[in-house]
Design a protein around this ligand. Structure first.
Ligand SMILES: [Zn+2]
Ligand SMILES: [Zn+2]
Length: 314
């Protein structure tokens, strides 16, 4: 899994930061990628990356503010032009369906693929054998969701050489061992599954939170996750200013990461008020509360291997 930020700005685009869009790349896991929010010109940002719109499988929308959805119609249309044939599903708050369908209809946009739009409520909004995604309402000036993305434990890996050393022949016995069953060889000897399989590897976990004030729901969604992605529209000490706008400060974002027991925090939704030279100051304010903080820039790309978060593109 890799994360790539396509837009990290708040409210409207600036030269440094486009509006919200975050990609969760699952090329190894399922050959696709997922998009969280789709600010205006998200498809333009994608042109500067290796991402192919036809590989886009799911879009999760936190809330209906323009800086989180105005890129949708263009991207949906281009995906069709660019040979996207596989179904695409959008998950978002009430209103997303009417908005997307109306825009597509009035602009006479023709989609060559099946578009599903699911208006969500709190709870598990998606689950399959690999992943589960839970949504919870945060505390913004309109209904806004945060998402907890959990990858299920990976299937155990069979240590083939070890099995062969113990005399297990090629064939169905290997499959049985891999699936956790012990087998008895022709010579009467038992081979135990646990002796020839590596421990199950735990999956990754993310909390991807939309615009919000500091709130308990953020902490619950972020409980023990590998990475929390939180907004930081304001800097430390301006909590009273942030509150009426439904936003949080960098220290409040750090507080969420700390109280939830998360391993890493990446902040985004950075106001254009902050000059690029002030970003490090912003990060340091958060560091006084939580030790692992990165302020994401547009196109920043991260990789999580075991518990280690590495920035692979700045
Ligand atoms: Zn916003
Ligand atoms: Zn908003």
């Amino acid at each position: 899994m890799e994360l790539q930020f396509l837009g990290t700005g708040a409210g409207m685009p600036s030269k440094q930061r486009n509006t919200s869009a975050l990609v969760v790349k699952l090329m190894q896991e399922r050959g696709t990628f997922w998009l969280f929010d789709c600010g205006e010109a998200t498809q333009h940002q994608m042109l500067h990356t290796t991402l192919k719109p036809r590989k886009l499988e799911k879009i999760f929308i936190t809330h209906m503010h323009g800086d989180h959805i105005f890129g949708l119609p263009g991207l949906l249309g281009s995906r069709s032009f660019l040979d996207g044939k596989e179904p695409l599903t959008i998950y978002g708050p009430v209103g997303i369906k009417e908005w997307v369908i109306t825009t597509i209809r009035l602009s006479r946009t023709v989609l060559q693929y099946q578009l599903n739009i699911i208006e969500i409520t709190e709870g598990v909004i998606f689950e399959d054998e690999q992943f589960s995604i839970e949504a919870k309402l945060l505390d913004h000036v309109m209904p806004c969701f945060g998402f907890r993305v959990l990858q299920k434990p990976l299937p155990p890996v069979l240590l083939i050489e070890k099995a062969q050393q113990l005399g297990v022949p090629k064939g169905p016995m290997l499959a049985k061992l891999k699936n956790g069953h012990d087998v008895v060889l022709d010579n009467g000897q038992t081979v135990y599954s646990q002796d020839v399989t590596a421990d199950t590897v735990k999956g990754f976990s993310l909390a991807i939170l939309g615009d919000t004030r500091f709130c308990q729901a953020s902490i619950e969604l972020s409980k023990d996750v590998d990475i929390v992605i939180h907004e930081a529209t304001f800097d430390a000490g301006t909590e009273d200013l942030a509150k009426p706008y439904g936003h949080a400060t960098i220290t409040q974002a750090a507080q969420v990461a700390k109280e939830s027991g998360a391993k890493h925090l990446i902040v985004q939704h950075i106001s254009a008020r902050f000059l690029p030279s002030e970003v490090e100051k912003l990060r340091k304010q958060g560091l006084s509360v939580f030790p692992s903080i990165t302020v994401a820039e547009d196109f920043a790309e991260f990789e999580l291997i075991q518990d280690e978060l590495t920035q692979i593109y700045k």
